[in-house]
Write a new protein. Structure first.
Length: 91
């Protein structure tokens, strides 16, 4: 919806979560998963894929939206996780 509004207005704008806000909201998740990580669990973190060297989360790539709402990946966004997930399925 935010992308559609931006396109209709035709003006510049920023859509997406800032790196700082993402890190702040992830703090609780980090605390919840800490015992599992201490026991040897591996956390697959998509942060590098969607932020890389950006200050705002990547929401579009090659004209395709990567999210269908504020927290759920679109099929295109999900495909960006293939390299992250591939090792799990190739063991």
């Amino acid at each position: 919806m935010a992308m559609a509004k931006l396109l209709v207005k035709g003006g510049p704008g920023v859509i997406g979560v800032s790196k700082g806000k993402y890190m702040e909201s992830s703090r609780l998740e980090d605390e919840v998963f800490a015992p599992a990580v201490a026991s040897g669990a591996v956390i697959l973190d998509p942060f590098p894929i969607f932020f890389s060297n950006r200050e705002t989360c990547l929401i579009e790539s090659s004209g395709c939206l990567l999210y269908r709402d504020n927290n759920h990946l679109s099929p295109s966004g999900s495909m960006m996780l293939s390299d992250l997930l591939r090792p799990i399925f190739t063991r």
